[in-house]
Structures are given as C-alpha cells and as structure tokens.
Design a protein around this ligand. Structure first.
Ligand SMILES: NC(=O)c1ccc[n+]([C@@H]2O[C@H](COP(=O)([O-])OP(=O)(O)OC[C@H]3O[C@@H](n4cnc5c(N)ncnc54)[C@H](OP(=O)(O)O)[C@@H]3O)[C@@H](O)[C@H]2O)c1
Length: 287
C-alpha cells in the first residue's frame, strides 16, 4: 500500500513509519519542514507528487493546557487543517486517517466509553479535536481513531517527553512524588497502537467512522506510575492526590478509559496495558 505518514518524529508517527516499512508498505514520510499541516499547499504538493492510497495524519496541537491559552491555534491544527486534509484526500480518492482523543468525553461515565457514546468535551483541546472529527467524517473514506494516554519510544516533544519517561526522571530527583489519582485512563503504547492502525487500514471490511484503539484495561495515573516503579523496582514514596479532575481552572475528564468495541469485532485487539508497559520498559530501559 502507498501510505503518506504525517508527523514522523512523534511518538505514534515514528512507530507507524517503522512498522509500515517492516510490513513492506511503500511509505512517504515528509518532515514538518516539507509538509506543515497548517500549510494547505504543502499537503497538496505531497499528494500530487506521491498520490498515496492512504494518508495517516498523526500531527496535532495536543498540549492540553496550551490549547486553553491558544484556542485559535488548537482549532487551526486540530480542526481546520484536518478538514482540509480530509477534503484533499477525498479529491484524490485516498483514505484519510486522523487521531482523536479520550478528551472528547466528559468523564461522567463509569465504564469505558465505546465509539457510539455521546461526546461532551470539557476544554479547548477536546472541543477542537471533536470539531476535527466531524470535519473529517463529512467525507467518504475517512477514519478517526481515538486513543488515550499515549507513550512511545520517541517521546512527545510538544509535551517535554512522555509520562513514563518523565516519572522515571522524577524518581531520580525526588524521594517523594505526588501523582493524580483522580483521572482514570487507558494508557496506550504507541508501538501497539501503530500495529493496530496498520491492521485496520489493511482490513477488507474497514469502513469510514470512529474507532477506539487503546491497550486493554484501565487505571489512574497514580496506579500507572505505581506499576512503572514496581517493574523498575524504584523505591521512592508515591503519594496519590486528588486534584479534582482539574489543572488550575481547566477541567479534565475524571474517567476517560476507552473500549475498542468496533476493532474487536474485526479481530483487531491490543494487549492489556500492564503487558504493554512491561514491553516498553524492557525495550527502552533494557530491564
Ligand atoms: N499523546 C497522548 O497522550 C495522546 C492521547 C490521545 C490522543 N492523542 C493524539 O494522538 C496523535 C499522535 O500523538 P503523539 O503523542 O504521537 O504526538 P507527538 O509525539 O507530539 O507527535 C506529533 C507529530 O506531529 C508533528 N507536527 C506537529 N505539528 C505539525 C504541523 N503543523 N505540521 C506537520 N507536523 C506537525 C510533530 O513534529 P515536531 O517533532 O516537529 O513537533 C510530531 O512529529 C495526536 O493526534 C494526538 O492528539 C495523543
């Protein structure tokens, strides 16, 4: 398959590039300098040059607190650019795949959200991503994949590294660490997500629409950190704290675990989050 991957330096984009090449796909992965999603001309140029069968966009403005401060930039990246790419992909007859988030949900549900649940974002990031979902899905051959709590070998540069690596760094500088126990999530390893995405786009019965793809199961950020430290045998004091589902005034969903209902019916399953975390730590920290 001819695939255009956008965001190759990111957590997910780098995993997709590696896995797509390993599967023998024909991949074009331009740099941000060559293809900026905020520059429609640069996307059009890549499409004309390469004529892919599938476009996979992993680029986004997803620093959640910054989206509150820069809502226009959030909507430009997460909605307007996504709409333009979906529209141009449609004109070229290509499938368009883009990523969304558990933050489209309010967190009021107490069991994992499925694809057909009603969204209710609480902050600019979730709003901009939900708008992007609607924008993309107004075209045929558009797929939105919602994921959650992503960590990958290549850390998220826009957030100053991923959660796992940052907690390990914290443990080297502190004897006592406070971690939120007020948000329940489905932590997801980019390496597992990438394989599931490639399975989905190659699936004969794939359809336009929304898919949830996350590692199976859920935990709070505190429980996740506890498991990281347990696997690495890190002995610092870990203290659960309740921040009321907020960062300053910004609200976050208290429960935003996702369930892969549609993918599972297509036999696209991701392993449990504990299994994923242990493989990640093994690969990155050789333990
Ligand atoms: N991270 C999470 O916890 C999480 C949770 C749920 C959903 N998601 C969604 O999953 C997707 C992938 O996330 P990720 O963690 O892999 O992101 P990431 O590590 O921050 O990578 C984003 C990639 O997009 C590139 N990029 C950013 N703005 C761009 C632009 N204007 N034009 C072209 N490229 C641009 C970045 O390039 P640079 O290296 O130059 O910055 C980087 O290669 C996003 O849609 C995100 O909203 C993430």
């Amino acid at each position: 398959m001819k695939i255009l991957i956008i965001g190759k330096t990111g957590q997910l984009g780098s995993a997709l590039l590696k896995d797509a090449l390993a599967l023998g796909h024909d991949v074009l992965a331009p740099s941000r300098q060559e293809l900026d999603i905020l520059n429609e001309e640069s996307f059009l140029k890549a499409m004309m040059h390469y004529k892919p069968e599938v476009v996979i966009n992993t680029a986004a403005f997803h620093n959640v607190p910054l989206c509150e401060v820069e809502p226009i930039k959030a909507f430009q990246s997460n909605c307007i650019a996504v709409k333009k790419m979906a529209e141009i992909s449609h004109e070229f007859g290509a499938w368009f795949v883009s990523f969304s988030t558990d933050y489209v949900f309010s967190g009021a549900k107490q069991i994992p959200y499925i694809e057909s649940d009603t969204p209710g974002p609480l902050q600019m990031y979730g709003l901009s991503k939900l708008a992007g979902e609607y924008a993309a899905l107004s075209y045929n051959k558009s797929i939105i994949i919602r994921t959650c709590g992503l960590y990958g070998i290549q850390g998220a540069t826009s957030k100053g590294g991923n959660f796992v690596d940052n907690r390990i760094k914290d443990s080297k500088q502190n004897n006592r660490i406070e971690i939120g126990n007020d948000q329940t999530i489905s932590p997801t390893y980019a390496g597992d997500l990438s394989k599931a995405v490639l399975q989905l786009i190659a699936h004969p019965s794939k359809e336009s629409g929304i898919y949830h793809l996350v590692n199976e199961g859920y935990c709070t950020w505190y429980e996740f950190t506890k498991e990281i430290f347990k696997i690495l045998d890190i002995g610092v004091e870990l203290v659960p704290v309740d921040r009321g589902g907020k960062t300053d005034k910004m609200r976050r969903p208290r429960f935003s675990a996702l369930k892969n209902e549609k993918g599972a019916k297509m036999e696209i399953d991701l392993p449990n989050w504990k299994d994923a975390l242990s493989r990640y730590l093994n690969m990155k920290y050789n333990m």
